[in-house]
Design a protein around this ligand. Sequence first.
Ligand code: F6R
Length: 365
Amino acid sequence: DKGNHRHFMEKEIHEQPEVISHTLAHYLDFTKSAAKPLDLPFDFARIERLAISACGTAYLAGLIGKYWFERYARLPVDIDIASEFRYREMPLSANDAALFISQSGETADTLASLRYCRSQGMTIGAVVNTRESTIAREADVTLPLLAGPEIGVASTKAFTCQLSVMASLAVRAAVARGTVSAEEEKALVRALSETPRYANQVLKTLDGQIETLARDLAHYRHVLYLGRDTSYPLALEGALKLKEISYIHAEGYAAGELKHGPIALIDENMPVIVIAPHDRIFEKTVSNMQEVAARGGKIILITDAKGAAQSTVKTMRTIVLPDMPEIITPIVYALPIQMLAYFTAVFMGTDVDQPRNLAKSVTVE
Ligand code: F6R
């Protein structure tokens, strides 16, 4: 049932504050501002590496997870898309753990990666939305997403719940490994507890602006998405979502890679969407925007109030989110990029919930 929404995708975008809150509460204790102790078949303090494998949007959630595990828990992460992971013959250690992220729990390549890791003697965790699924069944532990059923083929709420689980696990790992102080743990958990409030604010205040932006975007055939740090996987996700449902050709790039190739594409016919919350490398992204502007490129900047005040580059449009703690930016910034893909597809008149050639669950290789 779509309720009063036009599409399941729209409904699922709007469910996010609630399901994110639900998911976070499963892993975090908000009264104590602490990561809940989890009953895991491996010990974050004893493993030397974590392997992560997944497909599509779930892979991008894992990639953001890598930044968090490495930054907060100093835990190295090996991650690859499952179709590469399963064949790339990477050396894995039986003393380490592996995580498989999947909304459906049935994705063939992800399942094959799981079985490969199993054969190497690793301990397996399944981050899945569908608890009665093959991936959940074959894992040593299930780490549920609690997003509720996702009907729209383009993943939205499962993605932000995957991010919520990754962030919570990274904090848990950081505590276990002694890489954050008690104060830092509190601050991270408090920051995460604010995610639903910011997500709500974005949905309530940016809807109209993003719809207007989508009306412009629908006139273009190519779009480039740029970001650094955790905004880089988010740029990939923005491009994936846009091509999936609006059929506009979109590419996501790490902003620092611009001058290594894609800058050759820049002209007035290819808008460049830059995801850049004000962080320690904001200035680096600004200089990438200057390179785009100098070549006549049209910039759409998605930033926060601080970033908007400090950016010196002329943009076609700037979408301004509230300032928020660093750890939650990838979760909250996922919303405007989902909304942008959604409204653009609506303007293009595509079948938003059932885009051509795609299936919700990819059970063949
Ligand atoms: C994109 C999308 C796909 C899935 C991918 C993995 O919007 O939905 O890229 O993320 O097919 O599916 P699951 O998570 O079911 O393993």
